[in-house]
Design a protein around this ligand. Structure first.
Ligand code: ATP
Ligand code: MG
Length: 515
């Protein structure tokens, strides 16, 4: 068994002078330099009182040093806990109260928010986007260990924690799409096994140059994009955030892009995205939310590349992927289970496994599946079956070729007059109308039916969809109880930073249409 940290350390030995990070200004940061930064931060964390099992929280803008902080935490046996930078002080307060970290590394500008918490067993460090802040400040005059002791923070050597597969490596909070975010405790074994499965599935090697434009407080940017790169000995074109112009400019030097679906929607609007600009690219990955089939097709028509869609979640890492080779990448599907991971579709009530083609609850089991929700033993117990399968909360079916199709979330299912309605079925019909760019179908309270269907529609560029026309267009293909009772045209769907449509927000907005 090898950990992410040990795999990284091996790459440092193998290729110390190779650039791990290629920065937008042309500078590179080598594996050796990164390892040195990791050592310095590790020493600082130990000086701050971090012992194995202690949480190290991070809420900073993305930077190479922030990734070094992640590695340093693993090195000393800490539990890495990245927080979305968009959280307000109150939201952040909830997460800190819940996770009780030993150290919080925050942006220099946000230090004052934590004044009250400091001293109560919490050490606050700062880290700016250019390596500034207290975390890497070697000349700090006073140590600020938990008991006010002085430490010689820098340069000292720290032992590499000898992590076992079951030891916790990270707590990642879920995106909060369906309710309050839960902290998923992921072990070293979870991270390493999923990383290994993906390296093989996507044939990721040291030759790869990945465009990294995702946030690193989420599984996609941290445990997929960053872990694969730094354990393979590959390099990343580091971008602080999504920027279509910058990405199009980097494509000719890169081999892989990993993005959320909105990346692709936005790249398609850029005229410089061409087959030629993608000549050195070998792989475009999409995940975290459903990729529009129309975007998949448009991207392939424009660049010659079929986007590879995969399916995962905070609690499980990646579960399924479309094939890298040896089969088609089917739009609207998330592919087949990764080796080592079992995926089944069951009747949510009885737990009975359903035949292919039938929609049911998606459940997964494997070395990638988390150990439980942080301090929520009852919630954890409720989400696992007796045989160890985790209930994902997603609904889907296997098609005739064994590809998984996600039809939506359990919580987004509309139940009207006692009938189940899967929003995706109606969304796909709406999306096929030439005046529609995309749509979201939700259930809202209705006095007779319990819930009824409302369609929220975004116009295609320069088009003006009409409600009556759209209804005529879709109703022929839908049983009467599935017909939308209202259509609302909006400029854009509410989305979070991972590109997830906020259906709860839409339900709130249109909740009293029929009340
Ligand atoms: P919360 O659990 O707090 O409500 P969340 O489920 O959105 O939030 P994440 O763990 O970030 O938090 O997201 C995982 C979910 O994202 C999956 O359960 C699934 O619903 C969705 N998802 C991920 N990849 C895909 C994909 N390729 N197609 C469709 N949905 C996807
Ligand atoms: Mg979830």
């Amino acid at each position: 068994f090898t950990t992410i940290y040990r795999s990284f350390a091996e790459q440092v030995e193998l290729r110390p002078g190779k650039a791990l990070f290629e920065l937008p200004d042309g500078r590179g940061i080598t594996y050796r330099e990164t390892a040195q930064t990791v050592e310095r931060i590790a020493a600082r964390l130990v000086a701050d009182g971090v012992a194995p099992g202690d949480r190290v929280a991070m809420q900073v803008e993305k930077s190479p040093e922030a990734i070094a902080l992640y590695l340093a935490t693993l090195r000393v046996g800490g539990v890495f806990l990245p927080l979305n930078t968009a959280y307000t002080a109150a939201e952040t307060g909830f997460f800190l109260g819940d996770a009780r970290p030993r150290v919080l590394v925050c942006s220099p500008g946000r230090r004052a928010e934590h004044a009250d918490r400091e001293g109560e067993g919490l050490v606050v460090e700062t880290l700016g986007t250019s390596g500034d802040g207290t975390l890497l400040d070697g000349d700090r005059p006073h140590g600020n260990g938990p008991h006010g002791e002085r430490h010689d923070g820098d340069g000292s050597h720290t032992e590499v924690f000898d992590a076992a597969a079951d030891d916790p490596a990270a707590i990642l909070y879920t995106s909060g799409t369906t309710g309050r975010s839960k902290g998923a405790v992921l072990s070293h074994g979870n991270l390493a096994s999923n990383c290994q499965a993906l390296l093989e599935a996507w044939q990721f090697t040291a030759e790869d140059r990945l465009i990294h434009a995702l946030p690193i407080f989420h599984i996609h940017g941290l445990f997929v994009a960053a872990n694969l790169t730094l354990t393979a000995g590959a390099s990343m074109h580091y971008l602080p955030k999504f920027d279509a112009e910058a990405i199009v400019g980097l494509l000719p030097e890169a081999t892989v892009l990993m993005g959320v679906p909105t990346f692709y929607t936005r790249l398609l609007k850029n005229d410089r995205l061409t087959a030629e600009s993608c000549a050195s690219m070998r792989l475009f990955v999409s995940g975290s939310a459903p990729l529009l089939a129309a975007d998949h097709q448009a991207f392939e028509a424009r660049t010659g590349h079929a986007i590879l869609e995969r399916y995962g979640m905070t609690e499980t890492g990646m579960n399924t992927t479309n094939p890298y080779d040896g089969g088609p990448r089917k739009p609207g599907t998330v592919g087949k289970p990764l080796p080592g991971t079992e995926v089944r579709v069951v009747d949510g009530e009885t737990g009975r496994v359903l035949p292919d083609g039938e929609v049911g609850s998606i459940e997964v089991r494997g070395p990638n599946v988390f150990t439980g929700y942080w301090q929520l033993p009852e919630k954890t117990a409720a989400e696992f079956r007796a045989d160890g399968f985790f209930i994902t909360g997603d609904l889907g079916r296997f098609d005739e070729d064994g590809y998984l199709c996600i039809v939506g979330r359990d919580k987004d299912l509309v139940i009207s007059g006692g009938y189940n309605i899967y929003p995706k079925e109606i969304e796909e019909l709406l999306d096929a109308h030439p005046t529609v760019l995309e749509s979201a179908v939700i259930g809202v309270p209705h006095p007779d039916f319990g819930e009824t269907v409302v369609a929220v529609v975004v116009p295609a560029p320069g088009r003006q969809p009409r409600a009556g026309e759209l209804l005529d267009f879709v109703t022929g293909d839908l049983a009467r109880f599935k017909h939308p009772r209202a259509v609302r045209i909006v400029e854009a769907l509410p989305r979070n930073v991972m590109g997830k449509v906020q259906k709860a927000e839409l339900r709130k907005r249109y909740g009293d249409l029929f009340a």
